[in-house]
Design a protein around this ligand. Sequence first.
Ligand SMILES: Cc1cc2nc3c(=O)[nH]c(=O)nc-3n(C[C@H](O)[C@H](O)[C@H](O)COP(=O)(O)OP(=O)(O)OC[C@H]3O[C@@H](n4cnc5c(N)ncnc54)[C@H](O)[C@@H]3O)c2cc1C
Ligand code: SF4
Length: 478
Amino acid sequence: MAKQPMLRFVDMARDMPTKRAAQDRSHDFDEIYAEYADAKAAEQASRCSQCGVPYCQTHCPLHNNIPDWLLMTATGRLKEAYELSQSTNTFPEICGRICPQDRLCEGNCVIEQSGHGTVTIGAVEKYITDTAWERGWVEEIVPRAERGESVGIIGAGPGGLAAADVLRRAGVQVTVYDRHDRAGGLLTYGIPSFKLEKDVVLRRVGQLERAGVKFVLNCNVGEDISFQAIRGQHDAVLVATGVYKSRELGGPGAGASGIVRAIDYLTASNRIGFGDEVKEFDDGTLNAKGKKVVVIGGGDTAMDCVRTAIRQGATSVKCLYRRDRANMPGSQREVANAEEEGVKFVWLSNPKGFSGDPVTGVVVQKMRLGEPDVTGRQSPEPIEGSEYTEDADLVIKALGFEPEDLPTLWGEDALPVTRWGTVMAEFNTGATSLADVYAVGDIVRGASLVVWAIRDGRDAASAILKAFDEQGAQVAAE
Ligand SMILES: Cc1cc2nc3c(=O)[nH]c(=O)nc-3n(C[C@H](O)[C@H](O)[C@H](O)COP(=O)(O)OP(=O)(O)OC[C@H]3O[C@@H](n4cnc5c(N)ncnc54)[C@H](O)[C@@H]3O)c2cc1C
Ligand code: SF4
């Protein structure tokens, strides 16, 4: 039997604006469409049962007040819904688009748990903030009062930008350094534009620029300016550099041409989207058009690569993963999307080597799942004699990322790092053991999520403000 939406908070007959619009000939198409879209969002939001045990909120890293802004959306109070949503999330329209909601808010929705299909929380969050931008409700950032302190932020990804937003609103002088020519970090050059349109990211960067945040781009800290010089110029420094060292593959033929890193492939594709000239795309090195593509890996980066390759016009796209579907780290939603688009998944398969140079194939070792390891996941074991070759003329390695060796690159032995190379920082404040140096996002957590980087950036900015206030009070008392 078809599932019925629960219309508890909105009388759709009363609020159905398309009907109103049809009667009012003065409405133009945009107005009619806007009213229709509002009604659709209200309909979806009204499916929230206001259960009183908001697991969705608990499982959102920002603890967004989801039930309340759903209720506001359901009852047509879109502007209030936007205001509430942006009070806990610096970039709601970005999270609404790219959070793996099935693992966070939506996966824990009680409507989903009871088998009726989740309230599409992310889609509503995206809708209310996109609408706020369209209708001019998003206000410029106006510092409460200018403050004398300055903060240098290294890295213009979501962690750095979220911190910049909080600090600038409080009147702090903020400079963001980034080695790329555009701000946004992986929002700009990692995540493909079919998941996150780039104007959505750059609109936020523009908002920060207009508020007085200074961006120093094409500036590789450690090469173009030293970490020590940045510390000398600012009262506090926030490290938000992400993780960019790609995990590599071994085996015979691993150095052949035609075997490329996922980050290079995705960056080139995003640059082409901006209209940049990219030599390696034009000469075919980082372009899947007309090729048999094999992507190696089972995470979200691998999903982005396979779906990008399909869009570039690859003749076939296969994804090799050493475990099975149930044990892959990537989102099941992404796998389903990729399969719908024509990607073939080759489960329980590990690359053992490569043939040809340029590459012509991947030598595949079939695997079976054995005993669980310390993490509880079943370890893949090779099946002897099962090797075969998958044809490929472009192989994309998407095996994950590790931190660069920051203490060495920056000549700063005192920067505390864990044995994995991530920066050691306090959770909730981002404070490191180096005086006035904080760290947030992937460089602390290892490869993680945008929403966690935003959470960290906001928390660290609050901690920096608290430290400034305490230092100010101390000076005043002396
Ligand atoms: C392909 C891909 C797809 C992803 N898709 C999703 C998704 O759909 N949803 C999701 O939630 N997460 C996704 N993630 C993860 C997410 O993008 C990251 O967790 C998030 O961007 C981390 O934010 P960050 O601010 O810590 O670092 P980043 O976004 O990596 O930003 C770090 C910035 O620091 C700069 N930088 C680094 N070193 C230096 C230096 N020495 N000097 C100056 N600048 C420097 C870099 O240029 C970069 O701009 C994806 C990741 C990848 C790789
Ligand atoms: S920020 Fe992410 S997890 Fe939180 S409500 Fe939005 S989509 Fe869900």
